[in-house]
Design a protein around this ligand. Structure first.
Ligand code: CA
Ligand code: CA
Length: 579
């Protein structure tokens, strides 16, 4: 393990010092440190614990044999009156834990004591339009900067030691319905972001900016017909105009890239998922509506789309395809392959060849999928026509029952991949909805759904289910059922452990091989954040955010009774074994 001094003076900064040249420009993690994050156990530098977002740590000091003894080291409150969903993943570097909070706040806490070092509150305008709570999912660190996106669709870089603003750039216009909640991804000195606003007829895009200045390098809209740019010049239209969209509908076509992306150094590709086509009412937009509800592979140098795979062609259920695409290697039919996996909102777990987007397999990871019955060998869904809500007449159309609900077999909460067990651990939900279509016309800055819905339970004993999926067989190896919907991320470790939180307030640890629950701790509010682990002063730590909120309490419908008594909060919890 590298010591704190070597870490602080790594890369360019160390060279500059040694040469006695100009003052330090970048003190802190370098591009190489970020790429190495999954291997460096003394820090957590990236959202996903590595650019491939495996959310796996080799640390095993805390393990399935002793996790039952784990206790809190400290807790730190985010304070204030702004206690909404706390969906962030902590970043840990050089003795500081950085967390983002609801209402676009960023906090720096001492990683040994929990004492606050500084706090930054973005000044948000009154007119912001977040669809699904005022959450934020985490920050990105690079050099002297800590960077996060804000609800008014801006990107802010702060000095990581002082919290002072270094640069602040607009991603898109919040008055048109754009917002931003995902953690930025930093690759080769570029901050790569998506955008939110798919319920307002925005146009999904992926942007790359210079990490030092915030200046735009490339812009890639993800809806066919829109022009991309590279260094201020036109750089080609996305797809082919009107190939899968009729008329002018592509101009407000949705496809928000609201969950950010992953990066694979092996293939030098960025992977971004795209959200629902707009409006929800699918009868108003015949065609596949590319590239909505898809996974895209993007060249980080130019922003050009290298391949795409659409998980829900002509979506009519708000099955955003934004879920993280996680690169992994495995041997399929005797052939070693570079693969990627995604557990989609539509209830299917997809495995693709990540070098070219070729379909390998899709398997159901939820109880029920009423919109399709599996996928054929070409990677197309066997669609069930009666599962699509019909076209409305003058008013409200006929309602159909659909499962998963629009909140998904899996929503934003990231799964983990264990390099030890070879399993993916999927935070999933079993629920359905009554859904119907309605007439709608696009109006800038207004909700653009043309549909209505009521979410319903489909099981007596649970909605949430943490499931261990074998990507080679498509089989569920074990599952843990939870009464309330699961809404937090997952962590897996070399200690044969899987961690995730519950709305009921617990952070829980499970045996990675069997799913046996080994430990739980009540944090005082619902856990909808993503846990992390690292090593510090010779001990292993685990941290997670607590604070109930997110889309579920806003949109829960009939299932709300499973979580009506959960109180709000806002706290960082840090755990370790007793000495
Ligand atoms: Ca690391
Ligand atoms: Ca959506």
């Amino acid at each position: 393990m590298k010591g704190p001094i070597m870490r602080a003076l790594s890369g360019v900064a160390a060279m500059t010092l040694a040469m006695g040249a100009a003052p330090l420009v970048a003190q802190g993690p370098t591009d190489a440190d970020l790429m190495n994050d999954a291997k460096s156990t003394g820090d957590v530098l990236t959202y996903g614990m590595g650019p491939q977002a495996h959310r796996f740590s080799t640390l095993n000091a805390i393990n399935s044999g002793n996790v039952s003894k784990m206790v809190p080291a400290f807790s730190a409150s985010l304070g204030g009156e702004k206690q909404r969903g706390q969906e962030a993943q902590p970043i840990v570097y050089d003795g500081i834990i950085y967390v983002t909070g609801s209402y676009s706040r960023l906090f720096a806490f001492d990683a040994r004591t929990g004492e606050e070092k500084w706090q930054y509150d973005a000044r948000l305008p009154d007119g912001i339009m977040p669809c699904c709570d005022v959450v934020n999912r985490g920050a990105a660190i690079h050099g002297d900067k800590i960077i996060f996106a804000t609800l008014d669709a801006r990107l802010v870089a702060l000095n990581r030691l002082t919290g002072k603003v270094i640069w602040n750039k607009q991603i898109a216009d919040y008055k048109e319905g754009y917002s931003a909640t995902a953690a930025p991804l930093i690759v080769r000195g570029m901050v790569i972001t998506g955008n939110s606003g798919g319920e307002f007829g925005v146009v999904g895009a992926v942007d790359a900016r210079d990490v030092n200045t915030g200046e735009l390098i490339w812009h890639r809209p993800v809806i066919e017909g829109h022009m991309g740019t590279l260094k201020g010049q036109d750089n080609g239209v996305t797809g082919k105009l009107n190939a899968t969209w009729q008329g002018d509908l592509w101009k407000s076509g949705g496809g928000a890239t609201w969950l950010g992306g992953t990066y694979d150094p092996d293939t030098n590709l960025l992977f971004f998922g795209t959200g629902n086509p707009a409006p929800w009412n699918s009868h108003l937009r015949p065609g596949d509506n590319l590239y909505t509800a898809s996974t895209l592979a993007i060249d980080p140098e130019t922003g050009v789309i290298k391949w795409h795979y659409q998980t829900t062609p002509h979506d009519g259920w708000d099955f955003d395809g934004v879920n993280e695409f996680i690169p992994f290697d495995a041997t399929i039919n005797g052939k070693p392959m570079k693969l990627g996996a995604k557990a989609d909102r539509n209830g299917y777990f997809f495995v693709l060849d990540r070098t070219n987007g070729k379909f390998i397999s899709a398997n159901k990871f939820v109880m029920q999928t009423t919109w399709a019955n599996g996928f054929n060998k070409a990677g197309k869904p066997n669609v069930i026509p009666e599962g699509r809500p019909p076209a409305p007449g003058e008013g409200k159309g006929k309602s159909v029952f659909a499962s998963p609900s629009f909140l998904g077999g899996k929503n934003w909460m990231p799964m983990a991949y264990s390099q030890d067990t070879g399993l993916f651990y999927i935070p999933s939900n079993d629920w359905g909805m009554d859904i119907w279509n309605e007439p709608i016309a696009y109006k800038k800055g207004a909700a653009y759904l043309g549909a209505g819905f009521t979410i319903k339970s489909i099981a007596e004993d649970h909605i949430g289910a943490l499931r261990a999926m074998d990507p080679k067989t498509g089989k569920i190896v074990w599952e843990y059922k939870n009464k309330a919907p699961l809404w937090g991320g997952v962590l897996s470790t070399g200690g044969n452990l899987v961690f995730t939180g519950t709305p009921e307030g617990y952070l829980k640890a499970f045996d990675a091989k069997t799913g046996q629950e080994l430990w739980k701790f009540q944090t005082g509010s619902g856990v909808v954040g993503s846990p992390v682990t690292w090593e510090q002063d010779g001990e292993q730590y685990v941290a997670v955010m607590s604070g109930w909120g997110g889309a579920v309490p806003l949109w829960g419908g009939e299932v709300a009774k499973s979580f009506k008594d959960i109180n709000q909060g806002g706290a960082l919890w840090v755990f370790k074994l007793p000495k």
